[in-house]
Ligand binder design. Structure first.
Ligand SMILES: [Zn+2]
Length: 350
């Protein structure tokens, strides 16, 4: 979309007060968990990890929110030319979508939300990610809403020369091969692929879609994208990538979205971060106890923040300038590409 002065990057000011308050909150949550969880969760050993998880996020969403600017990104003009249509939607398929729904039951339980992996993306999620990409000037990012279109993913991999060829033709090839053989339409797993610069969405949760788009903004600013993507494979490192995407999503949603979406963001993105903490340290400290303690810590902390939004005591929300529901509208049209029907999503800004 054309550059507009309304979307110029704004200043970054850390809300220090809220961080201090959050560390107190973290103490309270930890104390409560310690008292209530069964001893089998081995809380003494996992406490430092939870602290790390909570401080990693700790609600220090950088506010006022710093909008991204196309001038600051290192993206591929060739890929941009391939991305005239940013958002596409897969055709509904009763059997595939039902199998996919069942496959993601564990994720639904872990994040305690039935919209995870439901393979039915509503207009609110669609508008949220469209709005995020437009306001952050992320014009070469592709979004596939419950869509399987590996042919185009392979072409995007070839075109994306903002990632070094060495990484693209090794790790990048493996990643697209994985997406081709294990289609997200069945196996779910909302994710961003930095090699094709594509967001794949299977859950109907605006905050989750914005989090994935948050990864695309993080990558857009990096010079060594392939190396940054490869670093994600090192145990523990994903905590950094995930905190970046989650904090950006939180900052954005606290500025731009309605109250329900803001509450969702805390209630889902915090335990989701907990899964990464658990994954990173579960192996080191032994098993499921650490994993579940991390996820439960995320749920507890997220729900407290969500309650604070509801009763108007969230420190960060003092900085919220607009919390009206986005009134952008989306339209859809279908075309035949590569022998398959593709639903293209158009975005109309007021
Ligand atoms: Zn993520």
């Amino acid at each position: 979309m054309p550059k507009s002065s309304a979307f110029e990057p704004r200043g970054r000011v850390k809300t220090k007060g809220s961080c201090v308050q959050n560390s107190k909150l973290a103490d309270t949550v930890l104390g409560q968990l310690k008292a209530r969880l069964p001893p089998i969760l081995n809380f003494e050993r996992t406490t430092p990890l939870l602290l790390l998880a909570l401080f990693g996020l700790s609600g220090c969403a950088t506010l006022p929110y710093g909008y991204g600017s196309a001038q600051r990104y290192r993206t591929s003009p060739e890929l941009e030319a391939r991305t005239s249509q940013q958002i596409e939607r897969g055709q509904p398929h009763k059997v595939l979508d039902s199998v996919g729904w069942v496959w993601s039951i564990p994720d639904k339980i872990i994040l305690w939300d039935r919209r995870i992996g439901n393979h039915h993306i509503g207009t609110q999620t669609e508008s949220a990610i469209a709005d995020y990409l437009a306001k952050n000037e992320l014009t070469s990012v592709k979004v596939r809403l419950n869509q399987y279109h590996p042919g185009d993913d392979w072409r995007r991999l070839g075109a994306n020369d903002s990632v070094g060829a060495g990484w693209r033709y090794t790790l990048g090839t493996l990643s697209v091969l994985g997406e081709t053989i294990f289609p997200g339409r069945v196996f779910g797993g909302d994710h961003f692929n930095p090699f094709t610069n594509t967001v794949h969405v299977y859950s109907d949760v605006p905050a989750v879609a914005v989090h994935e788009a948050g990864h695309s903004k993080d990558f857009a600013q990096r010079e060594w994208k392939g190396t940054y993507a490869a670093a994600y494979l090192i145990p523990g490192v994903p905590l950094y990538h995930e905190a970046k995407a989650t904090n950006d999503a939180l900052g954005y949603l606290l500025t731009e979205s309605d109250e329900r979406t803001q509450r969702d963001a805390y209630e889902i993105l915090y335990p989701a971060y907990g899964t990464y903490v658990g994954g990173a340290f579960g192996g080191v400290f032994g098993g499921y106890g650490t994993y579940f303690a991390s996820v439960l810590g995320g749920h507890a902390f997220g729900r407290i923040k969500s309650e604070q939004i509801a009763n108007g005591t969230l420190p960060e929300s003092q900085h919220v300038q607009s919390r009206s529901v986005s009134d952008i509208k989306t339209t859809s049209s279908t075309v035949e590409v590569d022998g398959q029907t593709i639903e293209r999503i158009g975005v109309e800004f007021p």
